[in-house]
Design a protein around this ligand. Structure first.
Ligand SMILES: *Cc1c(COP(=O)(O)O)cnc(C)c1O
Length: 399
């Protein structure tokens, strides 16, 4: 895999060089300007250097600080960069947990391979994150605030001087943690009338996020820079995210940094289905939340009803914006939502497709409640209300 030679050191998170900060920062309050900046990081960071000659060096934990890279660094010119998005959750039982972190490790490896960066033993990632949280977790996620989380950003860059076009011979893996606003809680508190969901703007044919043979399936910075202009334009028009379409038939792929789901009655059979785009053609990011939604619905909702929620059949298939428009016109849509680590499970209220506004709420103008049910199943695992093997407990000491 990747560019790694056979006889160089593997990434090993069993030993660390640790330098503690002597100048601890104030922990921002929920909703404070520091938190809203999305950039006010915790006291420490993890870094691991890699070279083609020697492989992975000993991981370091050190005070959060600027990186020093040459102006000729590969990542600055050739986008040799990939990243992950995860969260650490403060449970109602006081424990700190990660959610399915080995899936993040596997995906970071796959993204690294796609951007010519080195691979590593995927299960070391959770140990690196765990070490950072062992040190920063108790202060930055106070036990008095159960049900809160920090956002974790593992990142890999080609940091060596490589203005010549070539596979990077040096790389840096770093992990930072940042308090992140809880948009769901904030919206509830800040709005008189709760919004019924996101407003999505379907992309124009001249702006395509991903294509077969491309890299839409990998979590690369290179997917984002070119998409931000369309995102900014949609926001200026009062929309929350772009809904990325692909191809002549205008296939629905995903929305912003989240995967897209629709619940409708099948046009032919009338059966209730949960439909989302497939992974096979590599047009969408294989979201860990997406996988978990599909797993939970298959397990708990495909055969039996849950309260007022009727059973759903899980369908991963190509769907088009035309099908959604038709389903809306025929009153077959029951609910729609997006899934992702950063914005979790959020209902979608409507989609603008060129000059048509499509309501994606149920016939009575409300979401049916599937997204809310799935969210509460996931939260129970993340915050330790239910013991589950998707949760990975971080050992930490309470200060
Ligand atoms: C990160 C990301 C997602 C969501 O993935 P999760 O693993 O659920 O957080 C979806 N789409 C894109 C483009 C992403 O970058």
């Amino acid at each position: 895999m990747g560019s790694i030679a056979q006889n160089v050191a593997e990434l090993d998170a069993s030993t660390f060089n640790i330098t503690r900060s002597t100048n601890l920062r104030d922990v921002p309050l929920p909703g404070s300007p520091e938190e809203l900046s999305h950039s006010y990081c915790t006291d420490h960071m993890v870094t691991v250097r890699w070279t083609a000659a020697n492989g992975w060096e000993t991981p370091e934990v050190k005070p959060y600080q600027n990186l020093s890279i040459p102006p000729t660094a590969s990542c600055l010119h050739y986008a040799t960069e990939c990243f992950e998005g995860m969260k650490v959750y403060r449970g109602y039982d006081g424990k700190l947990r990660l959610f399915r972190p080995d899936l993040n490790g596997e995906r970071l490896n796959s993204s690294a391979q796609r951007s010519s960066l080195p691979s590593f033993k995927y299960d070391e990632l959770k140990k690196l994150v765990g070490k950072l949280m062992q040190i920063d977790g108790s202060r930055w996620l106070p036990k008095e605030r159960p049900g809160s989380f920090l956002y974790i950003r593992p990142t890999m860059i080609g940091n060596g001087a490589h203005l010549g076009v070539q596979v990077p011979k040096e790389a840096l893996l770093f992990i930072i943690a940042v308090p992140w606003p809880d948009f769901i809680k904030m919206k509830k508190e800040g709005q008189k009338e709760p919004s019924k969901g996101l407003r999505l703007y379907a992309s124009n044919p001249e702006t395509i996020r991903a294509w077969p043979g491309g890299f839409g399936y990998a979590k690369l910075g290179a997917n984002y820079g070119p998409s931000l202009q369309a995102h900014g334009q949609a926001q200026a028009l009062g929309f929350d995210q772009i809904l990325w379409l692909f191809g002549e038939d205008r296939q629905v792929t995903e929305a912003g940094a989240s995967n897209f789901f629709i619940i409708w009655h099948n046009a032919d059979t009338g059966k209730l289905e949960l439909v989302t785009a497939p992974l096979e053609n590599q047009l969408i990011l294989p979201g860990i939340t997406r996988r978990s939604v599909l797993d939970l619905v298959s397990e708990k909702l495909s055969k039996q009803a849950v309260g007022p929620l009727e059973p759903l059949q899980v369908v991963e298939r190509t769907l088009t914006i035309g099908e959604i428009e038709k389903a809306a016109a025929e009153g077959r849509i029951v609910e729609s939502f997006v899934s992702g680590t950063a914005y979790f499970i959020t209902p979608v209220a409507m989609i603008r497709n060129i000059d048509t506004d499509i309501s994606t709420l149920g016939p009575n103008g409300e979401a049916a409640g599937y997204a809310a049910q799935i969210k509460s199943w996931l939260e129970a695992i993340m915050y330790g209300k239910e013991e589950h093997d998707w949760a990975y407990t971080v050992e930490h000491e309470e200060k």
